[in-house]
Design a binder for this molecule. Structure first.
Ligand SMILES: C[S@@+](CC[C@H](N)C(=O)[O-])C[C@H]1O[C@@H](n2cnc3c(N)ncnc32)[C@H](O)[C@@H]1O
Length: 258
């Protein structure tokens, strides 16, 4: 992997530029609308951003009146996030920490926690979910968007397209194939930094029943589940957009702390 950037620290500056203040196309016009809808009103609430990246959503929610704690395991990512609010005008407490060990955060101190495209990046997602439950108040909610375990399993999944002759015309049929679904697994995930340079981070596949079991054993009940649909902006600007009208590649959970 000569010349490749490996790990979130190495990718932080590039990722910061990619996400900017609104999120890239995939975030702002596909994934985030479902997550933001489930997060709901944040004014006056204590909100935890797990794996905040460059913090664009932390800043959005802080501007809406939330008191935000923004956690990321990558010191370089947290440095990028802080640079967006150099005078610390927004009510955001940045913290370099693994989501799997939130020891500096008190029990039952948050109303809402969210992780935007992060659970499948956490090596120990089970501990992260348990820690999230610990720091949520009873009745608090955890909202998590992630790669859809049923349809996006890295190299074990792909689009297949057929052109079938029906009534003298060709019909396009699209399929999503997936294998090794049941088995938790991990692989390097490639990011196209430029035409000549790639970055790699590690992703972790877990089947849906893994998430249901872990939420339950962490004392949380899944109360909503969204499969983000492409918006018109996404369809106009992403060549794979039409595919996602047929099969979702992302899922967003809401879980209630019991
Ligand atoms: C795909 S990025 C998403 C960032 C941000 N939520 C966004 O939507 O732009 C995944 C983030 O999770 C962070 N991360 C990975 N493992 C982590 C862990 N164990 N604890 C906390 N953050 C972690 C990475 O540093 C990275 O910023």
């Amino acid at each position: 992997m000569d010349g490749s950037l490996v790990g979130w620290d190495a990718l932080a500056a590039w990722y910061d530029k990619k996400q900017g203040e609104e999120g890239d196309l995939w975030h702002r016009s596909l994934i985030d609308p479902s997550l933001i809808k489930l997060v709901g009103s944040v004014a006056g609430k204590d909100v935890l951003d797990l794996g905040c990246g460059n913090g664009y959503l932390s800043r959005k929610f802080a501007r809406e009146g939330a008191r935000v704690s923004a956690v990321d395991a990558s010191p370089a990512m947290i440095e990028c996030a802080k640079k967006h609010d150099p005078d610390g005008e927004l009510d955001i407490n940045y913290l370099v920490s693994s989501a799997s060990n939130l020891e500096s955060l008190k029990d039952r101190s948050f109303d809402i926690a969210y992780g935007n495209m992060t659970l499948m990046d956490f090596e120990d997602a089970e501990s992260a979910i348990k820690e999230t439950s610990r720091v949520l108040r009873r009745g608090g909610r955890f909202v998590a968007s992630l790669s859809h375990p049923c349809f996006d399993n890295g190299k074990n999944s792909a689009w297949i397209m057929e052109r079938v002759l029906t009534d003298n015309s060709f019909e396009r049929r699209l399929y999503r194939r997936i294998r090794a679904y049941r088995q938790p697994s991990s692989e390097q995930f490639p990011w196209g930094i430029s035409v000549i340079q790639k970055g790699f981070t590690r992703g972790y596949h877990r089947p849906l029943n893994w998430y249901a079991r872990v939420f339950k054993s962490a004392g949380m009940a899944i109360t909503a589940l969204e499969e983000p649909e492409p918006t018109s902006e996404f369809l106009e600007n992403e060549s794979d957009g039409e595919f996602l009208l047929e099969v979702p590649l992302h899922i967003v959970f809401e879980a209630l702390k019991l």
